[in-house]
Design a protein around this ligand. Sequence first.
Ligand SMILES: [Zn+2]
Length: 113
Amino acid sequence: MTREKSANRRRFFVVTVLFYVVTVLFYVVATLVARRRGYSGLGGRTLVRCRDGHLFRTIWVPGVSVKSLRLGWWRWQFCPVGGHWSLVSPVKDGQVSEEDLAVHLVPDDIPVP
Ligand SMILES: [Zn+2]
């Protein structure tokens, strides 16, 4: 291997690692900012609402999703309350009363982000 090829490989490796580090840092900072703005469940079990108004908790880790399609602030995922696919979004702390939670909240979604 020539010295130039070796340098190119090293440069590619450094750029790739840097890309992943910056991406992870972006999601960590975004999660912390969202939590400070009232979305305390982000990064763990998060209270979400589907387009039909159903409430349920799901694992919501910014940047990570296995069971849903990420669309910015929304996700396309299965609603276990209505038994349908829908856009869901996190619910801000204080937007739902304890009474609403008791009436509408189902136990939990599957424990996969
Ligand atoms: Zn629903």
